[in-house]
Design a protein around this ligand. Sequence first.
Ligand code: LHQ
Length: 262
Amino acid sequence: MTYETILFSLDDGLATITLNRPDKLNSFNVQMHEELRAALEKIKQPGQARALLLTGAGRGFCAGQDLGDRRGSATDIPDLGLTLDKYYNPLIRLLRHLEFPVICAVNGVAAGAGANLALACDIVIAARSASFIQAFCKIGLVPDSGGTWLLPRMVGMARATALAMLGDKLPAEQAADWGLIWRCVDDEQLRPETEKLARHLASQPTKALALIKRALNASAKHSLDEQLDMERDFQRIAGGSADYREGVAAFLDKRAPAFKGH
Ligand code: LHQ
């Protein structure tokens, strides 16, 4: 498949997707949704990728929905629920269920669904000049793409409420201080740092990382007892992997492990 609104590469287990509508701050139109979905479905297939790096082209990461064709009239009421059902919700579910780490390099402003797309990734690193804006309330909408679920869990109810109700710009450094993202780096360091991290993760025990991701995702709806049971089940699976055997052997041999991802 050839892509026009994203850049896609897959190299040595590392998939890289760059949202590529820089003139519109990489906001989502239908084509970008479809191309991003196709790329994610491709790398979801077993044996395709062991890490994904997601970023944006130009000065923005993603400004959410392209509002260019969304001007409405009182007689033509849109069903935005359909847009979420068809595009945004499957996208967030797909990302959260990928069986390898997703690293987001937030290169500039992340607004509306673009902010929550970034926050749905597993490890988020932002350029110092980047920012996060829950822009929805500014146009009479509700945070979507998982925002109302993620925000209170990540930063607590007081900060989540103010972010969602005010729609103020949260600078990357403050986002890192609040624990909304993993960390922020100087702008020129963003690409090298995130690529290094993503390549490292692509060489790690992918099966165990996928189980970690599933366990952490599930923890939000589990009691401690349920989570202990899940950890037992997942440790049983991890303990049967070739990478576990390799990890222990490498430790005992005092050498670096060579994980294969299974
Ligand atoms: C844009 C956009 C954009 C089109 C910048 N669309 N062109 C789900 C279901 C269905 C419908 C509705 O939405 C959703 C989910 C959502 O995502 S709702 C939230 C939608 N996003 C926003 O409300 C953010 C709108 N953008 C902004 O507030 C600003 O552009 C931010 C704060 C992101 C950046 O501000 P600046 O750095 O000052 O840049 P700018 O505003 O000058 O934008 C640069 C260009 O990008 C400009 O085009 P132009 O031709 O004038 O240079 C903008 O019109 C365009 N652009 N966001 N979402």
